[in-house]
Design a protein around this ligand. Structure first.
Ligand code: ASP
Ligand code: MG
Length: 443
């Protein structure tokens, strides 16, 4: 079977006509068979969310205005994108078709399924318009409809085996082609309706596709040159990380590095497809390579996740008892609320959650187990690296840097790749800056 590579471009990488032009150069730079996965143009999915919200709350007028505004954006986008008479007419027809669809939706009664249809328009538009652009430049390709192969089951989990079979079949049907374009994010659900892989899910699509076709590499093209050692919005100087293991990348993505959707790690990891994070604006920059091997030992990066809540359960009944933790965990399981951090002493357990949807009910059900305290506005700072437990001075440097920060919880040893700290969010900036200096020698 032909071996493909997968190249995924995010919203900003296709958000302007000149960026699309750049993308067309990047995907034709070598003649390796390639599947290109595109996000919606930047800002589009947010607008579609707003449109859906306006329709669902009965604000038709507002929805109408939002649709018109978005349509105007696409009208001017295609004017700059394609110059040929025939291709321009095609692009115009595509825009008309999708906005007509949105207009029709305005008239029918709103449903959850319909809101997913609205959200799907972004990726459908970006890929179809890009395809017309390629056609104008005589770049041979085939547009693969993601709705024909990407699917999730009734628990919203991707059906990798079915994706594999369907995709192989579609590629086989067009085996004379070397370049395929498809939509990220969108899929079909167990009822056969249009659905999606949640916000930011185009990375997940790319990784699933790469896994399904056993791609040589899954390249994620964004607007920064890879994963950085710290949050560039908070500290002045950061550096790109050259290489990460899948485990390290998963911890970083989960604990706040915005560059990669956390779910997108496992398909590539499981099917052993290397992932590369690259920069559309600086295509020659090395970026970050994510493989099974970590590359080097020691601390690689720091990430932070806000909006964390700590729940402390204190009970003398816990002393020498067994089965206590199970009963507590069952409460969280019942409300499908993931726990991020946990620390215990002989008479107390502290754990953190991010999802507050059922906080009240959870606290009510925990009350019989002991005295419950809830603390909000917390941040998890995660220090990620390779073989951290074997690297001698990580902890001493860490705590030396943070003498003045009131640390609420520490989690160390759960994995070899991570030390997590829980701190009040008000101390986040200071903590990230102090660690940048203390662990990386960067200001
Ligand atoms: N367009 C979708 C979003 O904005 C998916 C993606 O870009 O990854 O969430
Ligand atoms: Mg993204």
């Amino acid at each position: 079977m032909t071996q493909f590579k997968v190249m995924k471009f995010g919203g900003t990488s296709v958000g302007k006509p000149e960026r699309m032009r750049q993308v067309s150069q990047l995907i034709t730079a070598d003649d390796e068979p390639t599947i290109v996965v595109l996000s919606a143009l930047s800002g589009t999915t947010n607008s579609l969310v707003e449109i859906g919200n306006a329709i669902s709350s009965g604000e038709r007028e507002k929805a109408r205005e939002l649709i018109d505004k978005l349509e105007a954006h696409y009208q001017s986008f295609i004017k700059e994108l394609v110059k040929g008479e025939k291709t321009y007419a095609k692009a115009k027809a595509i825009v008309a078709e999708h906005f007509e669809f949105l207009t029709i939706i305005l008239r029918i009664s709103f449903s959850e399924a319909l809101s997913k249809d609205i959200l799907a328009q972004g990726e459908l538009l970006s890929t179809k318009l890009f395809s017309v652009f390629l056609e104008e430049h005589k770049i041979d390709h085939h547009l693969l409809p993601a709705l024909e192969f990407m699917s999730i089951d009734s628990h919203d989990e991707p059906q990798i085996n079915s994706i594999k079979t369907k995709l192989a079949h579609l590629l086989q049907q067009h085996k004379d082609k070397k370049l395929f374009i498809t939509q990220g994010y969108i899929c079909r659900n167990a009822r056969g309706e249009v659905d999606n892989l949640k916000r930011g899910g185009s990375d997940y699509s790319a990784s699933l596709i790469a896994a399904a076709i056993n791609a040589s590499v899954c390249e994620i093209w964004t607007d920064i040159d890879g994963m950085h050692n710290n949050d560039p919005r908070v500290v002045k100087k950061t550096v790109a990380i050259e290489q990460l293991s899948f485990e390290e990348a998963a911890e970083l993505a989960y604990f706040g590095a915005k560059i990669l959707h956390p779910a997108s790690i496992w398909p590539a990891q499981f099917y052993k497809v290397p992932v590369k994070l690259l920069n559309t604006m600086q295509p020659d920059a090395k970026g970050t390579l994510i493989t099974e091997e970590a590359g080097s030992q020691g601390v690689k990066a720091i990430a932070a996740k806000d909006g964390i809540i700590a729940i402390n359960i204190k009970s003398s009944r816990m002393l020498l008892a067994y089965g206590f933790l199970r009963k507590i965990f069952e409460v969280f399981e019942k409300y499908r609320t993931p726990i991020d951090m946990i620390t215990t002493s002989e008479v107390a357990v502290s754990l953190t959650i991010e999802n507050t949807a059922d906080l009240k009910a959870i606290v009510r059900e925990l009350e019989p187990f002991g005295a419950i305290e809830v603390e909000e506005n917390l941040t998890i700072v995660s220090i990620v690296g390779n073989e951290l437990t074997q690297t001698p001075d990580v902890l001493s440097k860490l705590f030396a840097a943070l003498v003045k920060v009131p640390i609420r919880m520490v989690s160390y040893g759960g994995s070899k790749h991570n030390v997590s700290l829980l701190i009040p969010s008000a101390h986040k900036t200071e903590t990230l800056q102090l660690l940048n200096k203390g662990l990386f020698g960067l200001e």
